[in-house]
Design a protein around this ligand. Sequence first.
Ligand code: TXA
Ligand code: MG
Length: 534
Amino acid sequence: MKTLYLKAEDENSIAVAADILKKGGLVAIPTETVYGLAADALNPEAVKNIFIAKGRPQDNPLIVHVSSLEEIPPLVDEVDPRLYKLAEKFWPGPLTIILKKSSLIPDEVSAGLDTVAIRMPSHPIANKIIKESGVPLAAPSANASGKPSPTRASHVLEDIDGKIDAIVDGGSCSVGVESTVITLATEIPTLLRPGGVTPEELSEVLGEIEISHAVFEKLNEGEKVQSPGMKYKHYAPKAQVTIVKGSFENYCKFVKAQKEETCAVCFEGEGKNFDKYIEYGSADNSLAQAQHIFDALREVDAMGCKTAFVRCPVTTGVGLAVYNRLLRSAAFREINLDINIPVYGLTGHTGAGKSTIGEMLEKANLKVIDTDSLARKAVESRDVIDRLCKAFGDDIIKDGVLERKALARKAFKDEESTKLLNSITHPEITRLTIEAIHLAENEGKKGAVIDAPVLFESPLTAVCNKIICVVAPEEVRLQRIMERDGISREDALIRMGAQKSKEYYVSKSDFVIENNNLNETEKIISEFLKEEML
Ligand code: TXA
Ligand code: MG
């Protein structure tokens, strides 16, 4: 189907859009929050087509949009007086209110629930289109399911051009994130999605409100949800997003240490420090951040970046909505770079004795973090598994479990594939490592040691205060590997040959330990600890 493009300011665009809607068609319309994909809410066939065009899961209900309060009583079971209190203060505007529904609402709209979500948008074009079509309009955000919501007509066309009857281009959306969703169908009103209307403002009208934990946290496996939209992957660009907390200085150092081409998604005025960046509003302006965040997430893909690191916004007021969208776009991956204990990188050739050194440092109350084991844990993350399947094919999964051998066969077959594997797993390994450092901090450890054979190929160097490398003569290493792994001299030589030269390690390290003799090494370590005041 060809999607008819209408400009909001053209004289008959509203009449044309309304006519299509009355006849059961789909029209993308601008609202003050994001673009909505509208259909007659009382026409089940039209509503079904919304789900098809978006690729939306059937069990995710839609918001019904009205243009006046008079339209509401027939849609709900009982008019809750709190609805009028909220309407008086926040409508028309970015607030969606959930109430028990009447039998007029088709099951397709409520996805089988006994409630209905209602909103009165303030955008003049949306308002006119609802009035002119003469019916309430069911409208989810007009993106392809899972993608960032559209805040410009071009975003809508990017996702669903040719799948809908028409689009009305009304320019950029002023709020930029979807409406706040609050349910009055629970004992205590509960905020299900933060948005343009803040929890603080809602409390002023309603008194006590609850904030669903799903606003901040990943749902538990199999948990019953209050709002089906909570359980789906959301707002996600193709690139892998990580939220970064901490000082700008630490952020800079960390982003610059990335090995893959990455995008710094930062605040106004910060971008000049990076090769590739997108600014999404100034640090102290949540409204501006809300306006730009979805566009910024789409831009990351347009720039062709595989990963993006986003500066964490403040999380009060409208900032909570920005943070919530980012959390979901990042599959809840966030790191805090403000670390209060010294962090040491520990690296070196296989057989040089890294683990022996690690044990000595543990005895001195430092926490040794084994990145090999974290790399194995990283591929248990749902987001990582999904991405690996996309990259290497679904046959790396058997009965829902990752087949490590099948993945290894594909990922290590050539350099290109290995790079792809690393680009997918590194953000999660990084997150797990930094999480372990904070855990060590909380446990009262004096410092953390990142034990990583390929430390220099990882962005984790950016969180290390110093890098220690362990070296030993070739013959000593050879004997150790043969003994440790029970392999022949030839095989041990092959393994050693695949590693970088001693000079490479030494030139990039702050402290070199010649590990030839246990007594000597113990002395070196205790000197080192003294110097570091540990
Ligand atoms: O700002 C907005 O709200 C935009 C514009 C177009 O109005 N619309 C929007 O719709 O964001 P959508 O479908 O993308 O998000 C609606 C959210 C979903 O998470 C859905 O699960 C939830 O509201 N929802 C809808 N009806 C519900 C109900 N009866 N109970 C619980 N959650 C409901
Ligand atoms: Mg949506």
